[in-house]
Design a protein around this ligand. Sequence first.
Ligand code: SF4
Ligand code: SF4
Length: 171
Amino acid sequence: MLFVPWQRLADWTCNTCGLCCKAYSVVINFQEWINIIKNYGVETTASSLNKFYLKRKSDGSCIFLYKFYNMHLCGLQHMKPAACKLWPFKILTNPKYGNAKESRYPFGGKTLYIYADSTCTGLTYGRPTWEFANHTLREFIEIAIGIRGEQNKSTANMSFNQNFASTRTFL
Ligand code: SF4
Ligand code: SF4
């Protein structure tokens, strides 16, 4: 997988392709694990020596992923793990994936480094739009540092697709 510095992206929009819910195991923290097993049962999760995960179906997809018409939707909306909320972005305090200049993002007097996983099909390459740079990424940062839980810009907007009000509120 390749990580793209945010300054090479014009925008990002989730198109509900579902790829990220099929291709990866989702690591959840202890509190997320507790919440999920209380509500959905321990069988919806898996664990290794030191990590908890969401269970995957036999085709590799997340146990909470379901299909509705041509959209892949999330059935774990009200307790979606932070890892899912932050995908496809990596928000770091050091330029771990290189291109420090293009990944730099000043925030609250500090410097963060933001990259996107290039396998996401919702990336648009080019010069960042104002909205992407100032609203979308800010929301991802606020979720990453724990001062925001609600998703608005960081989730799919279904108005482009069959007039659904919003999703990735579904995914
Ligand atoms: S975040 Fe990207 S890969 Fe995941 S469903 Fe949306 S567009 Fe597809
Ligand atoms: S967004 Fe929802 S369906 Fe997708 S991996 Fe996360 S919990 Fe599963």
